[in-house]
Design a protein around this ligand. Structure first.
Ligand SMILES: Nc1ncnc2c1ncn2[C@@H]1O[C@H](COP(=O)(O)OP(=O)(O)OP(=O)(O)O)[C@@H](O)[C@H]1O
Ligand SMILES: [Mg+2]
Length: 262
């Protein structure tokens, strides 16, 4: 079972949009996927139009097995939802004297042979749950919104990952996913170039600004359901192909010439 965390300490960069569409895209390619929402905002269930009785809170507090908290969202795609009660679990984990950073890894153990991929949608910030997310992941997808001053936040996140990886040797910050690319805004393209200078072939082809991506949320659908011919669907499909290939290095394939057409 491959555990992929979609994480970035900065808020509003496209983590949930990426986690939901990555999960559904992998499910449509025939992989058995579990999407786990680890954010008190509980956006994943809303994004997919799913109602869940049990959530990650009960699982992390030891009140329910993850096997009972899983809800079917689509063919090949299950969800463990979250809501604002997750902050109770975060407090309980933070108070644990030992092994607090392993609570999520332990919670996922019973489903390890049921799924090919677990996708963890991380919350912004750095609380006990966020440390748990990185504590059990194999790979990180780090969405980076192409806005001015974003790079400083990314470098902070990279340092945070380095600290956590002392406890999780398999953790690999594998994909930097540029989001909100808008070449009508000069800084957007400049920011992409800077990102590539820093992180080279780990920088994936960018996700362009696309209104259908935000609209799909309101319709409780993934982009592949709501607007399969949109830019958002095209860009996320290219990213999912890359993740499916599971190459050790990422080669963007996107040239400056490709970026002219927005
Ligand atoms: N490429 C895009 N083009 C247009 N809108 C987008 C795009 N990606 C995401 N959005 C919209 O931007 C907003 C923020 O995205 P999202 O919720 O995925 O970010 P997040 O990183 O999960 O936020 P948070 O840190 O609060 O969890 C949402 O309204 C989403 O629909
Ligand atoms: Mg989110």
């Amino acid at each position: 079972m491959r555990i992929i965390a979609v994480a970035m300490t900065k808020g509003g960069v496209g983590k949930t949009t990426t986690a939901v569409n990555l999960s559904h895209g992998l499910a449509l390619r025939g992989q058995r996927v579990l999407l786990v929402d680890t954010d008190t905002q509980g956006q994943c269930a809303k994004a997919l139009g799913v109602q869940a009785d049990l959530t990650l809170t009960e699982v992390l507090l030891g009140e329910a097995s993850i096997l009972h908290a899983v809800t079917r969202a689509r063919e090949n795609l299950d969800l463990v939802a979250s809501n604002h009660h997750l902050s109770r679990a975060a407090l309980a984990i933070a108070r644990r004297e030992t092994d607090g950073h392993l609570a999520l890894a332990e919670a996922l153990d019973p489903v390890s042979d049921r799924y090919d991929v677990v996708v963890l949608d991380a919350a912004p910030g750095v609380d006990a749950i966020a440390v748990n997310v990185l504590g059990c992941a194999d790979e990180i997808v780090a969405p980076v919104a192409l806005s001015p001053a974003a790079l400083a936040g990314v470098l902070d996140f990279v340092r945070h990952v380095e600290r956590v990886s002392r406890h999780n040797a398999k953790l690999h910050l594998k994909y930097f996913l540029p989001t909100f690319l808008d070449l009508r805004i000069k800084q957007s393209g400049e920011m992409l170039i800077q990102l590539r200078e820093h992180f080279c072939d780990r920088v994936c082809s960018a996700i362009r600004v696309n209104v259908e991506l935000s609209e799909s949320f309101g319709w409780r659908q993934s982009i592949f359901e709501y607007a399969p011919k949109s830019r958002g669907a095209t860009d996320y499909s290219a990213f999912i192909d890359l993740v499916s290939e599971n190459d050790s290095a990422v080669t963007s394939g996107q040239t400056e010439a490709d970026l002219v057409e927005v």
